[in-house]
Structures are given as C-alpha cells and as structure tokens.
Design a protein around this ligand. Structure first.
Ligand code: TRP
Length: 353
C-alpha cells in the first residue's frame, strides 16, 4: 500500500514554536525520510472560515503567511504538495455524504469540539459549519487516502472520529476508504508546548506565543520574561522543573552541542536540571541559555522565511500548482466514493442498469 501523508493548519495567524515542535518539525523529517510516496500539506481556509465567517480577510491574509512558515521550516514543494483547502471542491462534496454517517451526539462528544465551543462562547449559537468541522476533516484526510496524519495532540479526537467514519462508510458501501493513523511527536515536551506565561495553550489572544517569524530582540524579550517556578524566589532556593515552561522549552529545543557552545560548565540538560532542583541556580542564567538555544533554532527558519518573502509570486504559484495536483487526487477518490454509493449515474449508463 502507498504511504501517504496529509496534514494541515488553519490560516488564522502566523505559525508559532508550538506548531513547530508539535508538528512542523516532524513533517519535515518525514518528508526528508524518503519513506512516503505522496505528501499533502493543506492550508485549511475552509475550516478557518467555520468560525471566522465574518472575517474572511483574516483568513485570506494568513494564507501566504502560513505558506511562508511552511517553506521557512523546510517543507519542500518538490517533495510535498502544498495546497489550499477551498480550491478542492471534492472535499465539500465528501463532507456532505459523510454527514449522513455521523450523529449529532457523536460530534457533541468530541472533546476538542467541546473545548473549542467553550473557548469561543458559542454554547447557544454554534454555527452548523463549525459543528461539522470534524466531519469535513475526515473528508480532508480520506480524499487523499492518507495513511499517516502528523498533527498535534489536540487533533487526536479528530483522527478517532475520522477512523469511525471510514469504518462506517466501508461497512455500508463496501471497502472504499483508507484508514489513517495519527502520528504524534515522541518527545513529551513537544506534545503540548505551553505558552510563555505557563498557560497550557499558546494562543494569539493570550499574547503568549513565540512566532517562527519573530525577530531576535522579540525572542529575547519573550524568553527573558517567561513564567518559571513561582516558588523559586532566590537563586539558592530549590526549584521545580515540572510545569516550568523554561525547562519544558529546553526539553523541546535544546541540542546536546548547545552546552559546549553556550554553557560549558554543564555537560547536559540533566545536570542543569539537577542543579536547579538542588538550589543555587538562578532563573536568569537558565533563561539566558534558553535564549541562546531559541536564537540558534529560529535563525535559519527566519532567514529562509525572509528569502521566500522576496519571492511571493513564486509562493503563490506553488500553491496554485499544488492545488491542481491535490484536486486530481481528490477527484479520483470522489469517483470511487460515487461508485461505492451507486451515485455514479452516468458512468457506463449505470442509471439504466
Ligand atoms: N484542525 C487542524 C488545525 O486546527 C487543521 C486541519 C484541517 C487538519 N483539516 C485537517 C489537520 C486534516 C490534519 C488533517 O490545525
């Protein structure tokens, strides 16, 4: 069986370091592993519109931003097809048929949808389109016959729901759709990178993100003002590394060679952590080290982003061509689905049979 990746992001803002360690970095590694026959990376504008219906300009203006972030991280258009969701009409078509295979109460039980409804204060006024987005996400995944979906942990319920739709479809209409597997980062710190304020979720509205396009001085300021262990008041005090964003970021970003380069008095991260826990290591010193680490990790991304920013017509062309390739693939699946559902009336005079 072909090994196929599909994944994507909503274009509601620039991507941040949480997206990077949670999914983007892994995608680039998978892309470069040579293990995959086809790779599709989708800019999910239609999904972004499900809760931004009145702000289409916000979604539109972030399409190129997200594309630039992808290219900056090392997504290579020669190896991966980058495309825009709303350019693929088959995705909407599939969604409409999948809706018949899912109950309202099943969507209501989806923990990610539940949390998002609460976060947006939608309780009494959920747009139907927003409510159905897990179903449309199943269409995104199955249209490309994805076998692997690398996403952040918050997307696990979407994958679960997609697999249920695949089972149901195949049971009702015969084996047609491919069942996908989720792929999560294996580093725990990368699963859910907290905001710089220690809050569980990085979000633009909380102002606790470090963006991939951030300038060095902004990175420094954000790192130096990060939340740490509130009980670690003086350097001598023993400190906690659990739930301490500074150490979680080090777990996510630090490479062994950075100690030699920036903090040679420690051999590795374990030694640094042990000293912090013992007491005698101040937050400022740890933050300065983290700043060096973040600067090293983000510099190549920012520089590549600036190069692509000078070539926006080319980026636009990548998206246009990618969307054409993606539509051809989705059309093949759509034809299989129509055949399975026996709604392919005009193929071989089927309606008369
Ligand atoms: N829901 C994803 C997000 O919030 C975006 C997305 C839409 C997606 N369709 C997808 C991710 C299909 C993986 C597969 O970022």
């Amino acid at each position: 069986m072909k090994q196929i990746i599909l994944t994507g992001d909503r274009p509601t803002g620039r991507l941040h370091v949480g997206h990077y360690v949670g999914s983007l970095k892994g995608r680039v590694a998978l892309q470069n592993s040579g293990r995959f026959d086809e790779i599709y990376i989708m800019i999910a504008d239609a999904q972004a519109l499900t809760d931004n219906a009145e702000h289409p300009e916000k979604v539109r203006s972030n399409i190129l931003q997200v594309a630039l972030d992808y290219l900056a991280c090392g997504i290579d258009p020669a190896k991966s097809t980058i495309f825009i969701q709303s350019m693929i009409p088959q995705l909407t078509e599939l969604t409409f048929y999948y809706m018949n295979l899912v109950t309202v109460s099943r969507v209501q039980r989806n923990p990610t949808v539940k949390a998002e409804i609460q976060m947006r204060n939608f309780e009494a006024s959920i747009p139907v389109g927003f409510f159905c987005y897990p179903i449309s996400q199943a269409a995104d995944i199955t249209a490309f016959r994805a076998t692997i979906v690398p996403v952040g942990e918050d997307q696990a319920p979407m994958l679960e729901q997609c697999r249920e739709i695949v089972h149901k479809f195949n049971a009702v209409y015969g084996e047609t759709l491919t069942e996908p597997e989720i792929m999560l980062p294996d580093n725990r710190a990368c699963l859910r990178l907290p905001g710089t304020d220690g809050k569980a979720k990085m979000s633009k509205s909380l102002g606790n993100c470090i963006y991939l396009s951030e300038e060095p001085e902004e990175i420094r300021q954000k790192v130096m003002s990060m939340y740490t262990d509130p009980l670690h008041i003086r350097a001598q005090d023993p400190g906690h590394i659990e739930d301490n964003p500074v150490f979680i970021y080090l777990d996510a970003f630090c490479r062994p060679e950075y100690f030699e380069q920036f903090l040679p008095e420690y051999a590795n991260l374990d030694e640094l952590k042990a000293h912090y826990q013992r007491g005698g290591l101040g937050d400022v010193k740890v933050k300065k080290f983290l700043n060096n680490v973040m600067q090293e990790e983000l510099r190549p991304i920012r520089e590549r982003r600036k190069e692509w920013e000078k070539r926006l017509p080319e980026v636009c062309e990548i998206l246009r061509k990618g969307s054409e390739v993606a539509e051809r693939k989705a059309a093949e699946t759509m034809a299989d689905v129509r055949r399975a559902m026996k709604i392919d009336y005009f193929e071989d005079g089927n309606l008369l049979k």
